[in-house]
Design a binder for this molecule. Sequence first.
Ligand code: LLP
Length: 421
Amino acid sequence: MDHFLYRDGQLYAEDVPVAEIAAAVGTPVYVYSTATLLRHFRLFDEALAWGPHLVCYAMKAASNQAILKTLAEAGAGMDVVSGGEYARARAAGVPGERIVFSGVGKTREEIRTALEGGIRQFNIESEPEMRVISEVASAMGVVAPVTVRVNPDVDARTHAKIATGKSENKFGIPIAKARAVYAEAAALPGLKVIGIDVHIGSQLTELEPFAMAYRKVAELTEALRADGHEISRLDLGGGLGIPYTRSNEAPPLPVEYGAMIERELGHLGCEIEIEPGRLIAGNAGILVSEVIYLKEGEGRNFLILDAAMNDLIRPAMYEAHHDIVPVIEPEAGAEQAAFDIVGPVCESGDTFAKGRMMPALGAGDLVAFRSAGAYGAVMSSEYNTRALIPEVLVKGDQFAVIRRRPSFEEIINRDSLPEWL
Ligand code: LLP
């Protein structure tokens, strides 16, 4: 069910008119729907109900504490990839035993912090990292629960910048080397090997690449058990894609994904963890922006928005498509024209869409970028000294600012001048 729908001629976020939020908070602004976040989390949770499992939300997708708390209260764990994310998850009230630590370059400091604060497991990404975790844990006199992330050399058939499961990618340990690495892990002090981790990429729109990777994980589980390791947990990563257009795009559903996992891995009796990010947050958020100018160029018309590439970088970085819809519902059969939809940043790359068919729009009109909840706000920057834009969470007929817009003064005052100036 879509919680961003037109009602009485205007776009709503759940039961709140989007225009009301824009008037109260200003634009650009990210707006999230609580009902969508919870629905998506529950779809995964139910899809794995056939066995012991934990859905660890990949908080890199959208990490505002209000979002984390909403999901954690529903029972979600978190997948973190930095000390900052770990601190944020803890601040949002997520207990350490529900946090898994992924990422290719965990520092000693990050490892120590997580061991002090409590951690469900580290997903080890390389042999040097494994040795450092062993060293830090031993020095602290504790035992770190770990899995090893294996790279199954599977083509995720997604955008090159977000594919991670091929041998040329920097992620994980080649699966062919896994038995040797597990043997070393078992011999190192301060480590308790509990399972296997795999993640092959993001925005996957077919189940087959997952199934291929999971089959390799099943084989490896049997081999490692034969070697005497206790493999009781499988972390299967994230990556299930979402529809970015409302046409005929239909990636597999969480329920189909869960059934495939049961088919491939259910017989092993392991606890299953998954780390979905995009599917939980992506269609739970929109970016609302105002048209500043309609500029009529030679042979093309530009809609210049107050949102820019620094607020939503996905189109510039991955050629990503986001549906852009007017907040006031166009009349049925209203005439459409092609627009290049751009932001005010001084780069040609600051283009959200080219030749996009839109109804007549002009200065002052509001538009909404759909499917902007994942990898939107979290990837924004202050390029061009543009303030990070506010985030708003809607729940039914209520809304709250969950990150406010900073003043220019706050931004500028973070600089400090050396004494010679
Ligand atoms: N687990 C690990 C280890 C990951 O690296 C990722 C995403 C996830 C889970 C969550 O994947 P998801 O379910 O969200 O597909 N900025 C890019 C996406 C980068 C994904 C990075 N890793 C984008 O805007 O498309």
